[in-house]
Design a protein around this ligand. Sequence first.
Ligand code: ADP
Ligand code: MG
Length: 835
Amino acid sequence: EEEKKSENVEMQKKDECKPAVFIPVDRLPEIQAVRLQLPVLAEEQMIMEAVRENECVVLCGETGSGKTTQVPQFLYEAGYASAGGIIGVTEPRRVAAISMSHRVATEMNLPDRVVSYQIRYEGNVTENTKIKFMTDGVLLKEIQKDFLLKKYSVVIIDEAHERSVYTDILIGLLSRIVPLRNKKGLPMKLIIMSATLRVEDFTENKKLFRTPPPVIKVEARQFAVTVHFNKRTPLDDYTGEAFRKICKIHRMLPTGGILVFLTGQAEVHSVCRRLRKAFPYRPNREHTDSMETEDGKKSKRTRKKKNVSLPKISLDNYSALPVDEGDEDRQAGIDEEDDEGSDLELELGDHPDAGQVALCAEEKSDPSIPLYVLPLYSLLAPEQQAKVFRPPPPGARLCVVATNVAETSLTIPGIKYVVDCGRVKMRFYDRVTGVSSFKVTWISQASANQRAGRAGRTEPGHCYRLYSSAVFGDFSLFSEAEITRRPVDDLVLQMKDLNIEKVVNFPFPTAPSGDALIAAEKLLISLRALEEPPRRGRFGELERAGLSCPITPLGRAMAAFPVSPRYAKMLALGRQHGCMAYIITIVAAMTVREIFLNYDRPAGSEEENSKMAGKKARSAQMRRVWAGQGQSLLLGDLMVLLGAVGACEFGGCTPQFCEDNGLRFKAMLEIRRLRGQLTNAVNAVCSEAGVYLDNKLAPPTEAQVLCLRQLVLAGLGDHVARRVQAEELLDPKWRNAYKTPLLDDPVFIHPSSALHKTLPEFVVYQEIMETTKMYMRGVCAVQAEWIPKLLPEYCHFSAPEENPAPWFCPLIGRVRCHQQSTFYRVGWKLPSIEM
Ligand code: ADP
Ligand code: MG
C-alpha cells in the first residue's frame, strides 16, 4: 500500500513539470504505470514545445510507441481543449477511430461523452466532447461545412504513412487552413503523425509547406527482432506454409504470442480453422483418440504426444467463426492440405541466430500448451476485434491471424513471433476502363520491416518471412500512395465544392496522375456536376480546357451527399413519382460493402460443407424472391437489394433474420444508418423534398420501378453495356457477352445476378470486377430509347435534315423534328427521338 502511494506521488511530481496551463487528469495508478513505459512519454516536453512554437509539427515513431493514445492527452493537459476549441484526431480506419477513443477515455478516466468518436454511421460526440477521434472522411465533410474548422484548436492527422486518399487531401487542405486561421487570430495547430520516417512528401513538398515543418522522432525502445527468411518462396500455397510455420513455432519455441499476416478474410478463416483443428482448445479439456495431425505429416514425435494428451476437436472454441466475408474475398483460394513445406530444421538452421533458437526449441517443445487462436480483420465485429487486446486464457499461447490491419493501426500486446506471408491484397483500378479487381501483390520493404517490428515490442522476437531474401530485395522500398491507384471523381467533386477550381494546382502530398484527373473531370461534366468548358469537342479537348471547370448547382447538391458522384446524381434527380425513399435505399445498399453472406468458403468437414451448401441454396432462393417478376425483375440486382433491405426491416433486422436469409447483419445496420443520413442530406439540400424515412418500405409500384430504372441510368451513363447481337457473334468467347464502350473484351452478367437468365439488350452496371472473367456487378436493365433522352452527352445526334422533314407543332408553338442518335465511341444505333 505504502509503496503504491509513494509511486503515485512520484508520478504526480513528474506531471508537475508540465507547462503552466495544466488540466489535471485523474488516471488510475496502474494506467499511469503503463503509460510511463511508452517511448513518447519521454519526449512529451519536446513535442509540446514544438507544437507551441510551430503551426505544424510532424511526429514520427514506431507503431506502439504511444503516438495515438498519448499525444491527444498531452494536448488536453496542456489546455488545448479548454479554450473553446477541441482536439480532433483523424484515422484512416474506422476500427482505429473507435478503439482508440475507447482506449484514451479509459486511460484518462473520462466518459465517452468527453473522449468521443465519429465515423460515417455512428458516433458518441456530444457538446462536452474535448477529444474527438474520427475517420479522415468525416473531417473532410466538416471542412465543407466550415472551411476554417473553427471548432478545433488542434487537428492530428494520424497514420499519415498509410497515405490514404482522404488523409492526403486533408493534409493538403490543412496546409492552407492552419495559416489562414492563425492570420485571423484564431490559432490552430496541425500535427501529422507517421509510423515511418519517410515524411519527405509532407515536409519537402514546397507546394504544401513553404517552410518545412519540424520533424520530431520518437526513439522507440524496440527490441531486436531476428529475421528468418525462407530458402524457398512458395508461390501459391503461402497459407499452408504459414500454417505449418505456426505449428512449428508453437510446438518448438518458448512462450510468446504469434502474429500472422495474411491477405484476406478467407485466408484468415482457413488458417484459423486449421489451427483450431490441430491445437483444439477447451477450457476443461477432454481426452480423445480421434485427432487429425496439423499438417498431414506423420511426425512421430508429435503424433505420440497428441494421442495421449490432446483434447477433442471442437469448432465452437473460444472465438466464434466470424460470419461475414469481405468483397476482396470473392476469389478465395482453397488450401492444399498436404503440400510438403520447408522443414523446421532447415528453417532454423538457415540463420546465424539459429543456434540460439534451436536451443530454445530443445528447451520447450510441449505441444499440449493450448493455442488461443483469434482472427483479426477490418470487417470483423468489434467485440471480436477487441479480444486481441485482452490477455489470452492462463497458460495458453496467443495466436492472432490477421490481415494488414495489424501492420500499423492496432498494436497487439505480447507478440514475440511474427509470420509474414509478404503479400497484401489490394484493389486495383484500370484508369481507362474503371474495371477493378483485387489482386494479391508483394508488400514493400517498409511494410515488411513494419510487420517484423511487431515482434519486438516487449522482448526480443523473431520474424519468419515466408519468402527468400532475394525476393525481399526485389520489393519496392515503400508502398505507393492510394491516391495514385484509384479513381478520383469523388475527390474532384468535393474539391470543386470547396471552390478549388484548378484541381491540378492543389497541394497534394502526392498528386494523382493527369489522366486520372482528366477522367474524373470528364465524368463529372457528363453528370452535369461541372460546367461544360466552352470550345470543347465531344470528350476530346478537355485537356486544353485546363481542368478548371466550375461546379454547377447540381454539382453542389451532389457534393452534399456522402456517396460517389454517380449515386449522388441519382439522389439529386430522385424526387419523382415518390421514388426518393427507394433510390435512397438502393444507393445506400450499393454503397455498403458486401451485404450478402458469402458461402464460398474454403472446405471444412463434410458436415460443414453440406450445411454451407444448404445455406447457399437458401440464399439464392431468397434473392430470386426479392428480384420479383415482370417490371421489378428488370430493375435486376438493384431490386434484389431493395427487396433484401425491405425484407430485413419487416423481419425486425435481427442477427437471426439476417443469418437465416443470407444477409450480413452489420451491413444491414450500416444501410439503415446510411439511409437515415442520406434522407437528412436530401431534406437539407432540398427542403421541399420532405422525405420521411420509414425503415419499413412497401414495395415500389410498377410505375416507380420504371422510374427507378431511369434514375439509375441517369447516374450510370458511362456504365452502359449492350448485349452482343447474334450477327456480331464472331468468336464463341462472346456468347452471352456484353460489349461496353471502353473495353475490347467481353463482359458478362454474373451467374448470381437476377438478370443472368434474362439477358436484356441494354443494361447498366454498378462496377466490373475481374475474377475468372470480367463480370458486371449490380446489373439493371434499361431501354434503348431512354438513352438519347437521359444521356444526351453520350450520344451523337444526326442533323435534322437527314431525317423526315421537321414540322411545326401548333401545340407547343415550335418546330419539331426527329433525330437519330448513336452511342458514342461504339456507334450503337439508338431509336430516334422527337426534339
Ligand atoms: P502508436 O500510435 O504509436 O502506434 P498507440 O498509442 O496506438 O501507439 O499504442 C500505445 C500502447 O497502448 C500500445 O502498447 C498498445 O498495445 C496499447 N493499447 C492500445 N489500445 C489498447 C487497448 N484497447 N487496450 C490495451 N492496450 C492498448
Ligand atoms: Mg497509432
